[in-house]
Design a binder for this molecule. Structure first.
Ligand code: SF4
Length: 413
């Protein structure tokens, strides 16, 4: 049986390119949006035709990421959702998320996309501090955040996520505390907090190399993370993934179950399949990891001009695919460890590993696991699922959360 397969749709347009951003996104190309939406619909239809010869699968989640997907009009998003609905089987509890920048979503737009079935919004708030927002070159202020949330609630959204960045140049612990406090006061169902990373090729990366960017020292960034853990826990948010918190997560039960944990990202963290549609999108399905052409114009041309018969591209590849790689068993096992160890409650289930790969986890990675247990970076605990089946899971210990990359490296071949 084909497993449930999620769908990621990339929208690579931004009004302005922020100085720290290395996503595949472009400013000043908004005139291409109508042709891009047509190309996306062609890619969806291409996959639908491929699937007519294959077993059907359920699509539990759709995620519009970017870029700034909220730059598309309500009617453009409705037409993409209609094309998806015609091509794939959506369950009644579909989670459909759109990323949006505060201040870019009118009440009318929000009503329109809610009616089209989009039921979750992830707002890129980043900070509540005006100087920090200015330094990040964000186009919104905190008033835009408050108003966007009010309108989203009015339009019927009961599942909102707010994204934050910490470890910013010249950021103090007091400023971070104030941001988190103001975010919690807005009662979002979900909060993400990522440390700023200086990416090669971005203005921030170049300024930092020249010593022009006074970043907080790593100890201060660690204090910020630890404050977020304590403060969010005290306010009812469960830390279910290294950088993510949600309300109403059932603790101590294997398999995070919450209306508000991000189901789409859980699909990635559980190493489950997803299709990537749009310029620069990545996908993982049917034994392949693959990615699409990065440039918007190339993506549009590839979808507009293909002449070859449908059989030339085997699912999940399409005329937009530029790279693909057939996964080996070893690739899948290694990525499974890296992804699932991000889940702080679920961790890596030894029984799931065995049923996915046919091998015992402790036989595949005996030395790595033994060392990480000995150093106190992993813990091995017995858990019980809803059917009272008990099994071992491996999880990061609380002290390993800030060293997670070092743990992950042990599982990379
Ligand atoms: S809005 Fe987001 S995607 Fe667009 S440039 Fe800024 S950080 Fe990058």
């Amino acid at each position: 049986m084909t497993p449930d397969t999620s769908i990621y749709i990339h929208v690579p347009f931004c009004v302005h390119r922020c100085a720290y951003c290395d996503f595949n996104t472009y400013a000043g190309q908004e005139d291409l949006i109508p042709s891009y939406v047509n190309a996306l619909i062609r890619e969806i239809e291409y996959v639908r035709r491929q699937l007519s010869n294959l077993p059907a699968f359920n699509v539990p989640t759709v995620f519009f990421g970017g870029g700034t997907p909220s730059l598309l009009s309500g009617s453009q998003l409705v037409s993409i959702m209609d094309a998806l609905r015609a091509a794939f089987a959506f369950p009644p509890n579909l989670e459909a998320t759109i990323e949006a920048n505060p201040g870019t979503t009118s009440l009318e737009f929000l009503h329109q996309i809610r009616e089209a079935g989009i039921n979750r919004i992830s707002f890129g708030v980043q900070s509540a501090n005006p100087e920090e927002l200015h330094m990040l070159e964000r186009a919104h202020d905190f008033f835009d955040v408050i108003r966007s949330i009010q309108w989203a609630r009015q339009a019927g959204f009961d599942n909102l996520s707010l994204d934050l960045i910490y470890g910013l140049p010249e950021q103090t612990l007091a400023s971070w505390k104030s941001t988190i406090q103001r975010i919690v006061d807005l009662h979002p169902e979900h909060i993400s907090a990522y440390a700023l990373t200086l990416e090669h090729g971005t203005p921030f990366g170049r300024w930092s190399q020249r010593g022009l960017l006074p970043l907080p020292d790593p100890d201060l960034a660690a204090d910020m993370y630890e404050f977020a853990e304590e403060f969010l826990a005290a306010n009812g948010y469960v830390h279910y993934e290294i950088s993510n918190w949600a309300l109403n997560v059932q603790r101590l039960t294997f398999n995070v179950q919450s209306k508000f944990a991000c189901k789409h990202n859980l699909q990635y963290w559980r190493s489950l399949p997803y299709l990537g549609l749009g310029a620069g999108a990545h996908g993982y399905a049917d034994g392949y990891r693959y990615s699409n052409f990065l440039r918007i114009k190339t993506y549009i041309e590839r979808l507009a001009n293909y002449q070859s018969p449908i059989t030339n591209y085997q699912f999940p590849l399409t005329p937009a695919t530029v790279n693909h790689h057939e996964q080996t068993l070893r690739d899948d096992m290694s990525e499974y460890m890296l992804n699932n160890l991000r889940l702080l409650i679920d961790g890596v289930s030894e029984s799931d590993f065995k049923s996915r790969f046919g091998h015992d986890l402790m036989e595949v990675y005996p030395k790595e696991i033994e060392e990480l247990l000995r150093f106190g970076l992993l813990e091995r605990v017995i858990v019980e699922d809803a059917t009272h089946f008990t099994f071992y899971v491996l999880r990061l210990t609380p002290s390993a959360r800030l060293l997670a990359n070092q743990v992950f490296m042990r599982f990379v071949d």
